[in-house]
Ligand binder design. Structure first.
Ligand SMILES: [Zn+2]
Length: 466
């Protein structure tokens, strides 16, 4: 409690009276939840807090590969920051990640007919080549379907190369599956290594990493992504040469089972502490850049939004819980662990939103709830409109880490962001803080804080009515 007499020992009787009158006046015209939400949104923009947090995280910690010492430092960093912000509860929940991994050297070159270096990067989880590398003839496929059409044994001894481009909006549909299933599909046909055109929309000489996985019972072959210009170079050369040979050297290390953590911080609800509104983002990142757009920005957005709510004179009615998930990048390990280990309290999860699509701005409010006619959704929609957010028609899964919650009917919203340039940088060495624009990330924080505050205050229930 503040002690006014001690803080203001020289206050005169008159000014104390004036202060009392002012307090009385303020409570008589207490702001509506909508007015407070608008004020919080403006603060998110004026303070630039989301950008400040993202800058601190990417500068003080840097890359945050799942299970690494850096991810652990990031967890400590986040917990300290939540404590400094005055959250009521701050803790972390460790979980095992079976596929601990560390990048090594990664080089590739065409050895014939036109020797030249290629820009590649190992896919996360890839096995190593022998130290001297693998040199072999390539089998180039312009689409993954062409590779899948090959009979068993047809790629024996070859390096399979898939140069299928990724269009805007195709990450989940094509590029993701090529990256995760491609190596085993190639290996099951006899290939000794796998190269793919980067899952990215840029044309920079910079490769995009990302997790891959191996099917059991199939040989595990080294797997890497080519930068887009290098993949195009192979396309052109393959139209001119009967045979192309490539040498690849990859020396990543398999670390076995490692530990990652989810960071959880709460502002305890003043009226319904058992009811939880959840904001999520992921604390881990790939190792090539500093994870600014993926997902330092998301961390900045949800931490800023919740900090502004914490700074209000009163606690929100419901509990606001922020979860910074670990090990998202190698298969949403933290998100799945959270859904499993919090099963008993999921019925108390009122609604969840996640920020994991870059810096924004947020353009559309989609919902994934059982009760889409719940009237407070309209109030939220109206509150987001002045921030430039339109009402959407798509059914949302919320995001990668809260996807497992959505699957078990926890209501979610999708505060969908502008992502047309997201996959230019995603999972590359170029994912650094200088790419984040204040007006974009701060608009996102404004939208998240308005949503989160109204979800805690308005008392809506979003599950299907029995
Ligand atoms: Zn991400």
């Amino acid at each position: 409690m503040r002690n006014f007499a001690n803080r203001f020992p020289s206050l005169s009787f008159l000014s104390i009276t004036a202060a009392i009158l002012l307090v009385a006046f303020q409570s008589a015209v207490a702001a509506s939840p909508e007015e407070t939400a608008a004020k919080l949104a403006q603060q998110a923009i004026d303070t630039s807090l989301a950008l400040e947090i993202t800058t601190d995280l990417t500068t003080e910690i840097g890359p945050r590969l799942y299970g690494s010492a850096s991810e652990k430092r990031a967890v400590q960093w986040a917990m300290k920051r939540f404590e400094r912000y005055g959250f009521d509860k701050v803790w972390s929940e460790p979980f095992p990640v079976e596929r601990g991994w560390e990048r090594g050297l990664e080089t590739a070159a065409i050895t014939s007919p036109a020797p030249q270096n290629l820009v590649i990067t190992a896919l996360g989880g890839s096995v190593a080549t022998p130290l001297e590398g693998i040199e072999a003839e390539i089998a180039l496929f312009k689409t993954i379907a062409d590779l899948l059409a090959q009979p068993e044994g047809s790629l024996t001894g070859k390096i399979a190369v898939v140069t299928q481009p990724m269009g805007i909006g195709e990450y989940g549909k094509t590029a993701g599956p090529i990256r995760s299933a491609g190596p085993s599909e190639a290996a099951s046909r006899g290939a000794v290594a796998f190269l793919m055109r980067s899952a990215g929309t840029d044309n920079d000489r910079m490769a995009h990493t990302g997790g891959t996985s191996y099917r059991s019972g199939v040989p595990r072959i080294p797997a890497a992504a080519l930068s887009v210009p290098d993949a195009q170079q192979l396309d052109r050369l393959s139209e001119r040469a009967d045979s192309i040979r490539i040498k690849i050297v990859l020396t990543p290390r398999d670390l076995g089972t490692v530990t990652s953590q989810n960071v959880i911080a709460e502002i305890t609800g003043s009226e319904k502490p058992e009811e939880i509104v959840l904001l999520g983002a992921h604390i881990d990142s790939w190792d090539l850049g500093t994870g600014a757009i993926d997902d330092g920005a998301g961390v900045g957005i949800v931490m800023a939004a919740s900090k502004l709510i914490r700074d209000l004179p009163q606690r929100p009615k419901r509990t606001l819980r922020v979860v910074l998930f670990g090990a998202e990048e190698i298969g949403i390990v933290g998100g799945r662990f959270y859904a499993e280990s919090h099963k008993a309290e999921l019925p108390n999860h009122i609604i969840a939103a996640e920020a994991d699509a870059g810096q924004g701005p947020v353009h559309t409010f989609n919902i994934g709830v059982g009760n889409p006619l719940e009237p407070t959704l309209s109030t939220i929609r109206d509150a987001l409109k002045p921030l430039g957010v339109q009402a959407g028609r798509a059914k949302s899964r919320g995001g990668p880490d809260i996807g497992p919650l959505s699957e078990v009917d926890v209501p979610v919203v999708g505060l969908d962001m502008f992502t047309e340039d997201y996959f230019d940088l995603h999972h590359t060495a170029n994912d650094t803080i200088d790419k984040i624009k204040p007006e974009r990330i701060n608009q996102s924080a404004a939208v998240y804080v308005a949503f989160a505050y109204l979800a805690t205050e308005l008392g809506g229930y979003y599950r299907a009515q029995p």
